[in-house]
Design a protein around this ligand. Structure first.
Ligand SMILES: Cc1cc2nc3c(=O)[nH]c(=O)nc-3n(C[C@H](O)[C@H](O)[C@H](O)COP(=O)(O)O)c2cc1C
Length: 451
């Protein structure tokens, strides 16, 4: 029997995502992103389908091309405006019961002490369904500028992220024991012997005192990591429990998966405990011709100017400033490196065209429900991943097409659950009875003795 897939939906509380622009499509409802009923409807729909989680990506930055913001970024709502995913998630939590809720939060721009409380609050109000996609900061150049800070170099942002995580583990694992609060009106509220003062003096952050939030069902939220730059992979191997990947070919994704697992094993973790899910943009219709037509209707919305603006947003690099025959291998950036590394061996001309078609989207599958289901099976095998992160071209249309037409095929093949069997997100991803960080995870070292 094959393993069941993990399937989440990738979205963000903004008009467009993935470096493509589809908001104008007549069937796209993403323009409703400021309306909380839109998010609640989506979450309930995904929960009815028993999907693993809804992930809301986030960034504080925006697109700048060679120092200037292009009008097209405003007129197409390429990157701004957006909403805070933690608050949107806080509203979805009580409207759902089982769906995992995953948000991105930045270790460059947030403070660990307040971020820990925000994530613990979400974990409590959702009953342990929260995941955290830990990123340093996408679009780090413009994001740093809006916060009035200098942008640290690429690799030092990850050093800072390691320090951020250590403090968060101390707060979430080491301070309030799960049994610290008997809340007994005849006795005590909190037991002083079960609440531990933390002291942290790291290279970037320090904190002295007590966590501001109590222990939560998962302790530390289930940790995702994305970003396949060299330093990013090491960070993922250290902290990630599930790796988000986007790749254009299964062999390239398989390479990342095995590289991260090797690095994790070298750090003393069980490499097989680390899950990975890969981005998949699908277009499904009753016939292949209909699917192609639908796909073309999304491609028709993309333009070369948008591709330049969006590539620059991810990398800080203006592709229009180069000879199209230049090899991508010659480029270097201190902004995001994944979208440079990903295309190594190709020319700038190729990448400009490719970015216009797909932005940062991962695998693309276009066809009938059976064709797409077959392709998912072969992709998962060839890429050695545990599942998929659906990247809707339009929302909810693309996800609903998947739920109504492809999911039943996967279920018939035993590749997707019929019912939820667990409550916390970590249990869903790692198995029943595993709501807390595994003992071989770095964060577990910060638990008080005997816990
Ligand atoms: C599936 C997926 C989701 C991502 N979501 C975010 C996100 O929400 N915010 C963000 O800043 N970067 C996000 N990223 C991008 C990476 O984390 C990005 O590469 C990183 O922020 C830049 O660092 P790097 O130089 O290590 O690539 C995502 C990447 C992938 C593959």
């Amino acid at each position: 029997v094959s393993k069941r897939f993990h399937i989440g939906v990738f979205d963000s509380a903004s008009l467009n995502d993935f470096g493509t622009v589809t908001w104008r499509h007549p069937d796209n409802e993403s323009y409703r992103f400021t309306d909380i009923s839109y998010w609640i409807e989506l979450a309930q729909r995904f929960e009815d389908a028993k999907l693993d989680f809804l992930f809301l990506a986030d960034t504080w930055g925006y697109s700048l091309v060679s120092g200037a913001r292009k009008d097209i970024s405003f007129t197409e709502g390429l990157d701004l405006p957006r909403l805070d995913p933690a608050i949107v998630t806080g509203a979805m939590a009580p409207a759902t019961r089982d769906l995992g809720l995953v948000i991105t939060a930045s270790t460059l721009l947030e403070l660990p002490y307040s971020m820990a409380r925000r994530l613990s609050t979400l974990d409590l109000i959702s009953g342990g369904r929260v995941g955290w996609n830990v990123v340093t900061a996408g679009f780090a150049n413009t994001a740093s500028a809006v916060f009035g800070r200098e942008m640290p170099s690429h690799d030092s942002r990850y050093d800072m992220a390691d320090d951020f995580m250590e403090l968060v583990y101390k707060l979430m694992e080491g301070c309030w024991q799960p049994d610290a609060i008997p809340a007994d009106k005849g006795g005590i509220y909190a037991d002083p012997a079960r609440v531990h003062r933390i002291d942290h003096d790291g290279p970037y952050f320090s904190s002295h005192g007590y966590g501001n939030a109590p222990s939560t069902p998962q302790g530390t939220p289930f940790l995702f990591q994305a970003g396949t730059s060299g330093r990013g992979q090491l960070f993922g191997a250290t902290h990630g429990e599930c790796i988000f990947l986007q790749g254009t070919t299964p062999p390239r994704v398989a390479e990342y998966v095995s590289s991260i697992k090797q690095k994790a094993a070298a750090l003393g973790r069980d490499p097989e405990s680390i899950k990975s899910v890969v981005g998949l943009s699908m277009v499904v219709a009753p016939t292949r011709e209909d699917a192609q037509r639908k796909y073309q209707s999304y491609l028709d919305l993309q333009t070369p100017d948008l591709a330049i603006a969006s590539y620059s947003m991810f990398t800080g690099i203006d592709l229009s400033g180069y000879d199209p025959n230049t090899l991508m291998d010659e480029l270097h950036t201190e902004v995001g490196q994944t979208q440079v590394d990903r295309f190594r061996g190709r020319t700038i001309g190729d990448v400009t065209m490719e970015f216009q078609r797909r932005g940062v989207r991962g695998f693309i599958s276009v066809g009938t429900p059976d064709e797409v289901a077959d392709e998912m099976c072969s992709m998962a095998k060839a890429a050695n991943v545990d599942g998929f992160l659906l990247e809707p071209w339009i929302q909810p249309g693309s996800t609903v097409d998947f739920i109504e037409h492809v999911l039943p095929i996967l279920q018939k093949r035993g590749l997707f659950r019929e019912e939820y069997e667990e409550h916390t997100l970590r249990e869903r991803m790692q198995g029943l009875g595993s709501s807390r960080l595994r003992d071989d995870h770095l964060g577990a070292r910060h638990r008080p003795a005997g816990q």
